[in-house]
Ligand binder design. Structure first.
Ligand SMILES: Cc1cc2nc3c(=O)[nH]c(=O)nc-3n(C[C@H](O)[C@H](O)[C@H](O)COP(=O)(O)OP(=O)(O)OC[C@H]3O[C@@H](n4cnc5c(N)ncnc54)[C@H](O)[C@@H]3O)c2cc1C
Length: 322
């Protein structure tokens, strides 16, 4: 592996936070890692990137990169790749990347290994983990054929707070872009609909699953969340049943969270739930089935009946706080 180029994403000077997670993925693979930031006037952002353990930071600036267009982005990164000559190009798996990166990869006779949820190194090369059939299977994917190879990293799959600090040099790179060859007009970026509850900012989350049996029992975990000062979250069946509002759902079709502590109560640990919370620093699971998959990702596990364990926990926490 002679080099990795991480292409970050920013809007109006603000990072898409998946950019930093993707840098962490690059550092995890190791070897020579460089990063690029694109836009118009990106010096301040490039300087920020230079504070991480990277070989080089490329500040790619052009008036035509002020707003996102697939043609502009593709042309600029294509020229940068030809200049840097990396083996592997990593992207955050954002809406923009989904739009332009397959085309960019095709220009190099390659494909995009998209939506990567994890990786490991074998024989010095990265093996990327991707989900298939809506999360029912995990596939190992290895890039073959001539470099460069391309991969995009899913939100929450790598931890930005594991980034190693350092000091990199910044190189300005001015792509040659022709307005006549850009077929799109930048529009206002896609916005997720406003959420009444932002679980992504919560430091403590108590999450409840189907083990709670019925709506009238939810108050048990609600009280646990209250004594801990935690946000209440849930697996999908709980929200589908209307026992808690949809915005409290964690998982592939809910929110992706990365709190300091995530307490999973009566949750089996289906992959669609895990992808939304496995970025938590510490995972505590309470489940009566010792073989439940949630215990594979848990740092602390209690095998027991939640209707006994949770009230006992609440009592102990109250005593400790008194
Ligand atoms: C396209 C798609 C998207 C999806 N998106 C999401 C998503 O975003 N989020 C999500 O969560 N799911 C999602 N799912 C659903 C997912 O596959 C699982 O069905 C779901 O996560 C299971 O929820 P659960 O763990 O609460 O329930 P179950 O799988 O039924 O698990 C209940 C657990 O409670 C335990 N239990 C039972 N009684 C007790 C007790 N008294 N004390 C302690 N433990 C007990 C059981 O041992 C069991 O492990 C999605 C599925 C698909 C197909």
């Amino acid at each position: 592996m002679s080099g990795i180029l991480v292409v970050t994403e920013q809007h109006d000077g603000v990072w898409n936070k998946m950019s930093l997670e993707t840098l962490a993925a690059g550092q995890q693979i190791g070897g020579s890692v460089s990063a690029a930031v694109l836009g118009q006037g990106v010096d301040a952002l490039a300087k920020e990137l230079a504070g991480f353990a990277l070989d080089k930071v490329y500040a790619v600036s052009h008036d035509l990169l002020k707003g996102y267009t697939a043609d502009g982005q593709t042309a600029a990164i294509e020229q940068l790749i030809k200049h840097v000559n990396p083996d592997l190009v990593l992207f955050p798996h954002t809406y923009e990347v989904r739009d332009f990166a397959p085309k960019l990869a095709a220009r190099f006779g390659s494909v995009l290994i998209s939506d990567v949820v994890g990786l490991r190194i074998e024989g010095g090369s990265p093996i990327f983990i991707r989900q298939l059939f809506q999360g029912k299977l995990n596939a190992d994917v290895q890039a073959t054929g001539p470099a460069p190879h391309f991969a995009s990293m899913q939100a929450g799959a790598f931890r930005a707070d594991s980034l190693k600090a350092g000091s990199a040099t910044v190189e300005a790179f001015a792509p040659t872009l022709d307005a006549g060859k850009i077929r799109q007009k930048p529009e206002a970026p896609f916005r997720e609909s406003a959420r009444a509850v932002d679980l992504t900012a919560a430091e403590l989350i108590v999450s409840v699953g189907r083990g709670i049996k019925e709506k009238d029992n939810i108050h048990i975990v609600e009280e646990l969340a209250k004594v801990l000062g935690a946000e209440l979250a849930a697996s999908r069946p709980i929200c589908d049943s209307g026992w808690l509002p949809m915005e409290r759902q964690v998982g592939s079709s809910g929110q992706t969270v990365s709190p300091k502590v995530y307490m999973a109560v009566g949750i089996s640990g289906a992959i669609q739930h895990l992808v939304g919370m496995k970025g938590a620093k510490t995972i505590v699971a309470i489940n009566k089935d010792a073989n439940a998959p949630i215990f594979e990702v848990a740092d602390y596990g209690i095998v027991g009946d939640l209707f006994e364990v949770v009230p006992a926990l609440i009592e102990e926490i109250k005593k400790a706080k008194a």
